[in-house]
Design a protein around this ligand. Sequence first.
Ligand SMILES: [Zn+2]
Length: 105
Amino acid sequence: MNATCNARTTAGKRCRAAAVKDGLCTLHADPKVAAEMGRKSGQARRTKDLLAQERVELSPPRTAQEVRVALGQFISDVRSRRLDPKVAGTLGYFGERAPEIDRGL
Ligand SMILES: [Zn+2]
């Protein structure tokens, strides 16, 4: 049961993952799994790129008015697909706290 995968990596080395099916590891037994993992990591990278852009463009809002301006920017960013809607949702939550920010809470 401790056999390792018989497949070779893209670098030409033997895959060192444990074999689970037909002498292959989970990844090599089902090519779709590897493709799916690659796709997901690609998505994560793209989201990070977007966040990096945001960091350059926005300074931290200090007043409720600045939060409202920032929220307007997020809305247009989501619509132009420059910002992940999930991230915008989190930012929207902070936006709801804007009155508290003004009161210095
Ligand atoms: Zn393998």
